[in-house]
Design a protein around this ligand. Structure first.
Ligand code: PEP
Length: 253
């Protein structure tokens, strides 16, 4: 049985008020009513507050887990502005998103940097949510599987599969309102699953695979119902508590 996960990526959005609103919204629900783990990745200054508020919730309520949106490849030293994975772990983070297409394109993060960050994160006992996905041109030229496989190959050399989640996020679907059809998403997820199983026969089959790209409350259920889709990485729709909650509840047991 694979773990189901719905992860909120707030990007450079949100505030302390949204942290409280989210935790309160989920704390009204019983964990027993959810077939998924719920993770929120706010901007770094809000990580501790999210962790503290989440810890203060009733034991049987939905426990919101904490994730970061990035980490340094370095562990310590003269690297102004960087945040080490071990520091994130100390704030209560369990997850870190790496390889997001915005980091790849806007901040020039290449595969080799992402591989270094992945190792640093896993060494600090964080679970890495590794994002992969093709551009529109790459899809139109039938290069989707080639691109995604190359991204996986570059990042996963020596990776610990027990601390790994893969998010398939077609770049053309992120923040655009264009979602991959459930069939398109499933087809890529199936290829990713096969590829991971080749790399590690036992552990590859257990890595949770998430879909990301304009997931909303009204398309989540059909996407999450696909055989190889174990949940979602949610951007825009994770900034509104009721909508994000509805997306989490779209994961069926
Ligand atoms: C994302 O940024 O990871 C994402 C999937 O964004 P959106 O849901 O807004 O497309």
């Amino acid at each position: 049985m694979r773990q189901s996960l719905v992860i909120a990526n707030w990007k450079l959005n949100g505030d302390l008020n949204l942290v409280s609103q989210m935790v309160q919204c989920f704390s009204q629900d019983s964990a027993a009513d959810y077939a998924t783990d719920v993770v929120i990745c706010p901007p770094a200054p809000y990580l501790s507050a999210l962790h503290a508020e989440s810890l203060a919730c009733a034991e049987d309520a939905v426990n919101v887990k904490v994730g970061a949106q990035n980490c340094s490849e370095y562990t310590q030293g003269a690297y102004t502005g960087e945040i080490a994975a071990s520091m994130l772990r100390e704030t209560g983070c369990e997850y870190v998103i790496l390889g997001h297409s915005e980091r790849r394109t806007l901040f020039s993060e290449d595969d080799s940097l992402i591989a270094k960050k992945l190792k640093a994160a896993q060494q600090a006992e964080l679970t890495v949510v590794l994002c992969v996905g093709e551009s529109l041109t790459e899809r139109e030229n039938n290069h989707t599987i080639e691109v995604v496989t190359a991204q996986l190959a570059a990042a996963l050399d020596g990776a610990d599969f027990s601390r790994l989640v893969i998010a398939y996020e077609p770049v053309w679907a992120i923040g655009t309102g264009k979602t991959a059809s459930p069939q398109q998403a499933q087809a890529v997820h199936q290829e990713i699953r096969q590829y991971l199983s080749q790399l590690s026969k036992d552990k590859g089959a257990k890595v949770p695979l998430l879909y990301g790209g304009s997931v909303k409350a009204d398309n989540a259920e059909v996407l999450f119902a696909q055989t190889d889709i174990d949940g979602g990485l949610i951007g825009g729709a994770s900034l509104e508590a009721d909508q994000f909650r509805a997306i989490c509840r779209a994961v069926k047991g």
